[in-house]
Ligand binder design. Sequence first.
Ligand SMILES: Cc1ncc(COP(=O)(O)O)c(C=O)c1O
Length: 446
Amino acid sequence: MGAKRSFAESERLYARACEVLPGGVNSSIRNVLPHLVFKKTAGALLVDADGNEYIDYQAAFGPPLLGHNHPEVNRRVAEAMGNCLLPGVGTTELEIEVAWKIRQHIPSAEKVLLCNTGSEATFHAIRVSRACTGRKKIIKFQGCYHGMHDYVLRNVISPADKVGKLDAGSAGMLPEALENTLVCEFNDLDDVERRLSEHRQEVAAIILEPIPHNIGCVLPRPGFLEGLREISSRHGAVLIFDEVITGFRHHLGGYQAVCGVTPDLTTLGKAMANGFPMAAVCGKAEIMDRFTTRPGGDTFFAGTYNGNAVGCAAALATIEILEREPVHDHIFRLGERLRKGLREIHQRLGIRATVAGFGSIFLTYFLDSLPQNYSDLLANDAERFVEYRRRLIDRGIYKIPLNLKRNHVSFSHTDAHVDRTLEACEDVLKEMFGKPAPHKAPASAK
Ligand SMILES: Cc1ncc(COP(=O)(O)O)c(C=O)c1O
């Protein structure tokens, strides 16, 4: 893809950023090499400060499901801004319409409340679970991420010696918060049963990403989500699906509409508003009615910017486009083309790698087989994983160079983007692993 890229302007601006922003970025895992400063996003593309263009699979960790700067979404946002941006009292028609859309599509959503980030949504879901059950503890799963607050920030991408042990995600966390968050192995119902038996009548909620995408893509085993549903009900714990990534991306009804398991509460964000800040917590009316938005409610719910017109207009426009256009057909088809194409390349080159994904999500692990849980991912060759992605950046493909991170296809990606991506992946893998050995011809049986 042409001559070696220059990053001189990014470097200059990054140095300026570092003088005022600790680390030069505004969110911890944005601090990756090369330190790029971006000046434009458009459709499936990113453009950096030196004018280098990238096919973007990082997708800001998931929001631009339709592609960056979608014209219809942006137009609807601009219109809404000119009407009623933030009255901050009562409600607006836009808020009402967004809530009804969520109720229409998300199976668990009898009632809905809007906020601005996924972290707020999971915080509220957990607090209301504690209010309803009168219990303190929650269960999360090793590898799942649910936001930056003390209730959940432990045991995400843990070093091997901390798996299943205390792995606090930050300094300054309350020890009591950490102690009250128990950690189980994903796809292991016995582990969940054991924890619940050890802490009988103490667990308020079980929270999970129904597909843990914060560690790439670990699919739930058949029966795992159904089993969690049954166990949660039997033990009187609230089942929370954190669909901040999977919601809208995998189906208009979230992954719960795909797997047929209905949680008690659901958290949504990211793809819901195609890049504008917007999130929601929704679920059973009897739980949602505990919030103080309703007179008599006892569980505090507030936020200056909740229900602002920018997020609401973006969400409404995004959901209406998802209802109308073949977005999921398109992104699932391109996702499958990428997964299949990568598998063929690995086979052709005799490379030890595994392609994982679902729908629009794909990634290559340097592993022998598909992972069932986080422990399996400890065997992933992290150095190779990151090097592969750094080299792709030089060829104009942006997949964030961080271990275990997923890639996203949007409605703006095209077959031509997929062709270019597969070509670049093959070139980089050849560079990294050398030429194919003659005895490693494709073992194609089909
Ligand atoms: C599954 C999941 N839940 C919650 C969050 C937190 O969302 P936010 O970053 O909007 O606070 C994230 C963010 O990556 C996430 O992936």
